[in-house]
Design a binder for this molecule. Sequence first.
Ligand code: SF4
Length: 340
Amino acid sequence: MFIPRRILFEKNTLNYEIGKNIYNYFKDDKSIEIIELSNSRIKENIPGENLFDFYREGKKTLVVGIKKGMKFQSCKPSAHYQLPLLSGCTGQCQYCYLNTNLSDKPYMRVNVNIDDILMQAQKYIDERLPDQTIFEGSATSDPVPVEPYSNSLKKTIQFFSKSENGRFRFVSKYTDIETLLEIEHKGNTEIRFTLNTDKVIKDYENKTPSLNKRIEACQKITKAKYPLGFIIAPIFMYDGWKNDYKKLLIEIKTNLPDEISHPLSFEVISHRYTTRAKNTILEVFPTTELPMNDEERVYKYGQFGYGKFVYPKEEITEIKNFFNKEINSLFDNKIVKYII
Ligand code: SF4
């Protein structure tokens, strides 16, 4: 569970249930600085003269805010819309896309006006009737480490359990899921875990739970009969990668019951980076050993005018063939959504 060093409450957030719950949870802990803001100047209250220090202090900060503007971003291919419950993450994965997308906001932010957010979700669901509408709860965050005291996911899962045409999904590397296990979900929420080999977790996924802990959490999720999925990402083709990823898939297989309530879903994503991401990563993690040698990659143009450095085509094909073969031979009841 995330225990912040400082919590910034934006104006009026203590009038909401989530704001009050967070305040009451931490108010007696003298090691935590509690700041009630009269303006929205968050950055001024987080120390750090440069990106290196600001990133580290930001990662120790929780901002309790109110979501303004209720236009949801689209979220292809994983869902129709992002559900803006939270943003940021307490982890410090070196390759993380948030390092670039939210580099000026490395803190965890919880939006307290969840009723407004869910009401807006209902409007989007109604607009798309009779089709189903899927919402992604982790497009710009890992929402799990604050769940024990925010209860944002719990409330959202309960909302979607009553929905005919709305579905919810989120992904995490964290394991603070106890409060989600006993609640009504009706199979309308899919919980995914991002997994990787022990080597990748140890080398690059700073401050995240071990593979064993994540697999234990997966076991609890299947026992609670949620649809369960895996994002295996990012795939790195280091010496011995096939052995390690095969071991990972076998570990998933042997630790889950044979009979599960829903097919397991798999999404597999190879490592990629933009030049902007690389520059930010080198500033925040100057000694990183992430493989980001442009000469070993090919440049793939993106739709927004900037491209990414991805593995060459033959290597992507090798990744696809490998994962298709191994997943198909190990798992019967599964859906491979994509391997890219
Ligand atoms: Fe980023 Fe996910 Fe790691 Fe958090 S856990 S730092 S969101 S990659």
